[in-house]
Write a protein that binds this ligand. Structure first.
Ligand SMILES: Cc1ncc(COP(=O)(O)O)c(C=O)c1O
Length: 462
């Protein structure tokens, strides 16, 4: 009897957390229960998730920037159905499939002409791993530089470039030649390291996922010049910033840069089938595939699979047809404007920053003595607790998904799908306004929530 998935889902929806407690990541399931994130979502469409009672939840998390085009977009679903209906040959491996050629063509059309050679992978981490290998092979040099607070993935190579120590604990030793972090803005140290002549690549996120940090002024531009001068490849990790997130097709365009390699993943999948890409200068690419006997020296079995390629093609088309890059820029501007109005009203808000629809709200200790007591109490246990309290309130009281932007930060981060309009912006801003008002009632129910987290003594940031 064939599997009847519809029947199974109908009868077993609601067992989610039990199953995970028993067979999957029990620790994650417990954290979700503790922080009130143990919702059971039954369906999803566009910018909303719906629970079993049909209640909508505004998704300002977007699966960590997977759902730039919103959830369950019919155009991507159709592309998947088309591939299935056609009974296409898939993953022959020793062929050149049409769909991967077409997706490569479509991607390079969105990029400056020097980025013209594409390699497909299955995740952002894997694309970054490949980029590190490409850089070493093309330059013959061992070292790789990254920034403080960097996040490029959690496999050993990518983890070796990690700028947030909490992710590294227990997993060392790491790749040799990858332990140097550069502080954003510190061109002197960057130049000192590059001048040693042994650095293959300098890897950066145009806007960092952890904390939504980006430099003032021309740091990236100058860093690029230094890399050129010293023969180091300039590598932009666009896994989160790519495909419209920052209000440009790619984050490097915010600073008018010319990277030698970029990596793309997350939203290229359309939210359906994992897919990632490395796009490089042809000369850099050929540094890896340098001889006939090296034609598959870097490869991955599922890399060019048809469903992933179809999702990528359909997603690029949706972003173009629906003007989502422009919408991200417009809505991002509006959102920052409205959030800055909130900042003027609420002493807990220190700064609001962002590019397009990658936005951070940073909190601070307020001046008022009574409120400082609450703040300091939570800080003693875990720096994330205040932000987590806000994130949990946004979800449990206002049905809006958001996130804490990293360990030891006072930063709430939002990544709305690029399809949102003013209605969703107002919904978020009004909800944050209400939560900030609640924060001013110390002692009060919101702080009780913080104290509950305190008692469970957990650290909640991703
Ligand atoms: C900038 C950046 N690079 C790499 C990754 C890793 O991507 P993946 O989770 O698809 O492996 C992420 C994921 O959050 C990311 O934000």
């Amino acid at each position: 009897m064939p599997l009847d998935l519809k029947e199974i889902i109908t009868t077993r929806l609601g067992e989610n957390y039990q199953l995970h407690e028993k067979h999957v990541n029990r620790t994650l399931a417990r954290v979700q229960q503790t922080i009130g994130f143990d919702k059971v979502y039954a369906t999803a469409k566009g910018a909303y998730l719906y629970d079993m009672d049909g209640q909508p939840y505004l998704d300002f998390l977007s699966g960590y920037s997977v759902f730039n085009i919103g959830r369950n977009h019919p155009a991507v679903a159709k592309a998947i159905r088309d591939v299935l209906d056609l009974d296409l040959p898939n993953m022959v491996q020793m062929d050149c499939s049409l769909l991967s050629g077409l997706l490569a063509e479509a991607l390079v059309k969105k990029l400056p002409p020097h980025l013209d050679a594409v390699f497909f992978a299955n995740s952002g981490t894997e694309a970054n791993e490949g980029a590190l290998k490409f850089a070493r092979a093309a330059t013959g040099r061992p070292r790789l530089l990254s920034l403080e607070s960097a996040f490029h993935g959690l496999s050993l190579g990518a983890l070796s470039l990690m700028g947030c120590e909490s992710f590294q604990e227990g997993f060392g030793p790491f790749l040799p030649g990858c332990d140097q972090r550069i502080e954003m803005g510190d061109l002197a140290t960057l130049e000192k390291e590059l001048a040693k002549g042994d650095v293959a690549g300098f890897v950066f996120e145009p806007v960092q996922g952890k904390g939504v940090k980006f430099p003032d002024g021309d740091f990236f531009k100058k860093a690029q010049e230094l890399c050129r001068k010293h023969g180091t490849l300039f590598i932009a990790d666009e896994v989160q910033t790519g495909l419209g997130r920052t209000g440009k097709w790619f984050g490097f365009q915010q600073w008018d840069l010319e990277p030698d390699i970029i990596t793309i993943a997350k939203s290229l999948s359309g939210g359906y089938v994992p897919v990632a890409a490395i796009v490089a200068r042809r000369a850099v690419y050929q540094g890896t595939f340098s001889r006939l006997d090296r034609c598959v020296v870097h490869s991955t079995t599922f890399g060019r699979n048809n469903l992933a390629m179809a999702c990528g093609l359909a997603t690029l088309q949706v972003i173009e047809d629906e003007g989502l890059v422009e919408n991200a820029a417009r809505m991002g501007g509006l959102l920052l404007e409205k959030l800055n109005t909130l900042k003027a009203k609420h002493p807990f808000i220190k700064e609001v920053r962002g590019k397009g629809l990658m936005v951070a709200i940073e909190f601070q200790e307020p001046k008022e003595l009574r409120l400082r007591m609450g703040w300091q109490l939570l800080q003693k246990v875990d720096k994330n607790l205040f932000t987590q309290m806000v994130v949990t309130s946004l979800l449990t009281r206002h049905r809006i998904l958001s996130q804490v932007a990293g360990h030891n930060l006072f930063v709430l981060k939002i990544l709305p799908p690029l399809i949102i309009g003013e209605k969703e912006i107002d919904q978020f801003v009004n909800a944050l306004d209400a939560v900030m008002n609640e924060c001013r009632k110390f002692p009060g129910p919101l702080w009780d929530l913080g104290m509950r987290f305190f008692k469970s003594s957990l650290s909640f940031a991703r």
